[in-house]
Design a protein around this ligand. Structure first.
Ligand code: GLY
Length: 567
């Protein structure tokens, strides 16, 4: 493993060739791509490479990476959470699939469940067992392996079980995330026992061993989805939740299903196509709307501040429209209308080339809030099968509640619902009613695993970051459309406009003083968020020569690397 270089975190195919073993021969199939992984944690990237080198395809590797991330980044995703997997099955005409493993509201949920004396109590949807929706990740791991993989689930879970059993070093990201959630983590004895040191933050390089999680993973490996959603694990989860005041039932777990949906597809210029997340993600719609509006504007030739203005204005309008979206199994999402060329032309025509549009001059929409942690990875195998997946437990360490004996920290994805549905949107639709809490419903998400594909290339994108996910992915896509190297896609400075609050957020070093003055003169209220954000993982496959370049965001500790699969 001496070739694994954690610093810098961006490795191209040429400087990160890992020879991890000899893969099984797959008759007649000639390799067309360098098998490559980029994920938010080196151990998860290695889990994916190990699986690819051991004969697994990109779908097996995705299961290995996702389950490893569940162990090494318990603050970002996990068996107690969910996510979205965007799959590309190679072929003369590739097939795209979207596996919706989003959490589901418990059956006993109701629209008013976080109201006390007529007021929403945010604490209830953020911390503790009432905040937790029914997890989707374990079902996705089983489903993806059995439908698309080459290997058994037990094989794909080997790296995760090893990491949970042997332990993983605590790193600076872990400490930073735990610090932000320390108060909530201390309130739950089991979370504190498993993830803290005597109720305090662990130190860097301390070893995090998770024997209970290893056993939970072993039951999943042995029995498949029923090893999590029924039997001993299910009993412990439900007992733990109910003993602490939550509302889960065994039926909630038994009836959970991942849903395969049609990915959102949107044509771009030059024979390219966007393939992205449909509802219950709002991300794909926002990306398609933004790219559709930008196609009407001279953004590519604009000087840097003028470009920021165009991008901020298309984001403002795309985020404005999101309040119309919700769980597609419960509401009719007006996706076609939101992506109609005439509609996007009209929106773009409303952008003043010199002035910011005050958000208040657009029709109102309800406020909403989203957790800002999650994780993302991309993987491609030697056949051109690929996965972009964004996985989440919502806030760092989710609800900070761990049912005793499971090792599974539960999500607080219930907070992604609109707990208060007061308000209406631009078009007379009942605003965030589309995302109101209801029994068994999926909350709206921003997670946006995406591809842009053309006859010559496949680019894969994604990042954690709550409501900023679509703007970050858009900025990375613009770098790609500009022909910049993958390193730039992940490292370019970030800014964000989400309609409300009406501010242009940015990382500390995004703008020069002159740009700040220019943007302020255009009517923007700038907000330095005081820290970097996001953790993009991307790759670019050149189909003509098989090269794959991948990059992991320098803001995190992730790793992008390739492996050679021998035939
Ligand atoms: N919980 C973050 C998201 O789904 O967007």
């Amino acid at each position: 493993m001496s070739l694994l270089n954690r610093n810098p975190h961006v490795l191209s195919r040429f400087c990160a060739l890992l020879l991890l073993g000899t893969a099984a021969l797959h008759a007649s199939a000639q390799p067309v791509a360098q098998a490559t992984v980029a994920s938010a944690h080196p151990a998860a990237t290695v889990a994916g490479l190990e699986t690819l080198a051991g004969g697994g395809n990109a779908f097996d590797a995705a299961v290995a990476i996702a389950s490893a991330l569940a162990v090494v980044e318990p603050y970002g995703s996990g068996l107690g959470g969910g996510g979205f997997f965007l799959l590309r099955q190679a072929g003369p005409k590739p097939t795209y699939r979207f596996i919706d493993a989003r959490e589901r509201a418990p059956l006993a949920s109701s629209a008013q469940m976080y109201m006390r004396n007529g007021k929403v109590q945010p604490e209830l949807s953020l911390n503790g067992p009432l905040a937790a929706a029914i997890p989707g990740l374990p079902a996705a791991l089983a489903e993806i392996t059995s439908r698309f993989g080459r290997k058994p689930l037990a094989d794909n879970l080997v790296p995760a079980i090893r990491l949970a059993t042997d332990g993983v070093s605590i790193d600076r990201v872990y400490i930073d995330r735990a610090e932000g959630r320390l108060e909530a983590m201390r309130k739950d004895r089991e979370t504190s026992r498993v993830f803290l040191q005597q109720g305090n933050l662990p130190e860097e390089w301390d070893l995090l061993r998770q024997p209970d999680l290893a056993k939970t993973l072993e039951r999943l490996a042995r029995y498949g989805r029923s090893g999590f959603y029924e039997g001993e694990t299910a009993d412990r989860l439900v007992e733990g939740v109910r003993a602490a005041g939550g509302i889960w039932s065994l039926e909630d777990l038994r009836s959970y299903q991942v849903v395969e949906r049609q990915p959102l597809r949107y044509p771009l210029a030059d024979g390219r196509e966007l393939i992205s997340a449909p509802p219950p993600s709002a991300g794909g719609v926002a990306l398609a709307q933004s790219l559709g509006m930008l196609a009407q504007l001279p953004w590519q030739k604009a000087e840097p501040t003028q470009r920021v203005h165009y991008v901020a204005e298309v984001l403002r309008r795309a985020y404005h429209d999101r309040s119309m979206l919700g769980d597609p199994d419960r509401i009719a999402n007006p996706v076609q209308q939101l992506l109609a060329p005439d509609y996007l032309k009209r929106l773009a025509a409303g952008i003043d080339p010199n002035r910011a549009t005050p958000s208040a001059s657009l029709p109102p929409k309800p406020t909403w809030r989203e957790g800002d942690h999650t994780t993302h990875f991309v993987v491609i195998d030697e056949q051109g099968n690929a996965v972009a997946a964004t996985l989440s437990v919502n806030l760092p360490f989710g609800s900070a509640f761990t049912p005793p004996g499971t090792g599974v920290v539960l999500n607080d994805e219930m907070d992604d619902f609109a707990a208060d549905i007061e308000g209406s949107n631009a078009y007379g639709l009942a605003g965030s009613a589309a995302n109101a809490i209801a029994s068994g419903k999926r909350p709206l998400s921003s997670m946006s695993p995406s591809f842009i594909e053309s006859p010559n290339e496949l680019a894969a994108f994604g990042t954690p970051g709550g409501s900023r996910i679509p703007s970050m992915v858009l900025l990375a896509m613009l770098q790609y459309l500009d022909g910049r190297a993958v390193q730039n896609w992940v490292s370019a400075p970030r800014y964000h406009n989400q309609y409300l609050p009406d501010v242009l957020e940015h990382e500390p070093r995004t703008f020069t003083d002159a740009q700040k003055a220019d943007l302020t003169a255009r009517g923007y209220t700038l907000k330095d968020v005081g820290r970097s954000y996001g953790n993009q993982q991307v790759l670019l496959w050149n189909k003509k020569n098989g090269d794959v370049d991948a990059a992991s965001d320098p803001r995190g500790i992730g790793l992008a690397a390739g492996t050679t699969v021998h035939y």
